[in-house]
Design a protein around this ligand. Structure first.
Ligand code: 13P
Length: 248
């Protein structure tokens, strides 16, 4: 049985005081849920939020990670630093990293392999642009991102990978994939994992949907067979909305 999993990607929002208040409110409002719940604050608030979620059901994620452990990498954050702060999961391959910061499939793969070797769970994001969707390439693009992102990852390690399907055209636009369209790509992702690994691996893979998930569309999306959770951006910045999605 796949455990439902809702994660909040706070992106580049929240100062320390705001992060503290938001994290406390999320811990309070999502108490008693059967879902896994994770928050991924900006790096500057990770330590503060770590202390707030410690000992609670809410898990701590990072929005990115360097492809190296230490050394001359100005501006980067090492897996050792994230582990030190109590981070358990790392979001990698987010479309904003791919498109705005030029992260290639091979760089993302290096990060995935390194994160897994440090014991983190990886939330690997995949998703097509509008042009790719309109020209019928969505499945191929997502398949390539999966194959290259997971190169060298064994089936044992895959148990610590969550895939987040985030169609680029639905992120921050208010435009959501219909539950049917999202479920079709999720089913495709599951089939691809079945081909790359095994049917057991495909069956146990948790696949989140991300892209303008809100309280009013969450239950439709989460009601679909292959949609096991959500990776939430904008709506994760309000405890009330995020909790409504978790409780959907
Ligand atoms: P929005 O929910 O704001 O569309 O963002 C989705 C996302 O990118 C989560 O990682």
């Amino acid at each position: 049985m796949r455990k439902r999993f809702v994660a909040g990607n706070w992106k580049m929002h929240m100062n320390i005081a705001e992060a503290e208040a938001l994290a406390s409110a999320i811990v309070e409002r999502t108490k008693g849920t059967d879902f896994r719940v994770l928050v991924a604050p900006p790096f500057t608030a990770l330590h503060t939020v770590s202390k707030i979620v410690a000992g609670s059901h809410v898990e701590l994620g990072a929005q990115n990670m360097a492809a190296a452990e230490k050394g001359a990498h100005t501006g980067e954050i090492s897996p050792l630093m994230l582990a030190d702060i109590g981070v358990s999961s790392v979001i990698l391959g987010h479309s904003e990293r791919r498109h705005d910061y030029g992260e290639s499939d091979s760089l993302i793969n290096s990060k995935v392999v390194l994160a897994l070797s440090h014991g983190f769970e990886v939330i690997l994001c995949v998703g097509e642009t509008l042009e790719e969707r309109d020209t019928g390439k969505a499945e191929r693009v997502v398949g390539t991102q999966l194959e290259s992102g997971l190169a060298g990852v064994s089936e044992d390690l895959l148990a610590r990978v969550v895939v987040a399907y985030e169609p680029v055209w639905a992120i921050g636009t208010g435009r959501t994939a219909t539950p049917e369209d999202a479920d079709a790509i999720h089913a495709h992702i599951r089939r691809a994992i079945g081909d790359m690994y095994s049917s057991a691996a495909a069956e146990s893979l948790v696949i989140q949907y991300g892209g303008s998930v809100k309280p009013d569309n969450a239950s439709g999306l989460l009601g679909k067979e292959n949609i096991d959770g959500a990776l939430v951006g904008g709506a994760s910045l309000k405890a009330e909305d995020f909790a409504a999605i978790v409780n959907a």
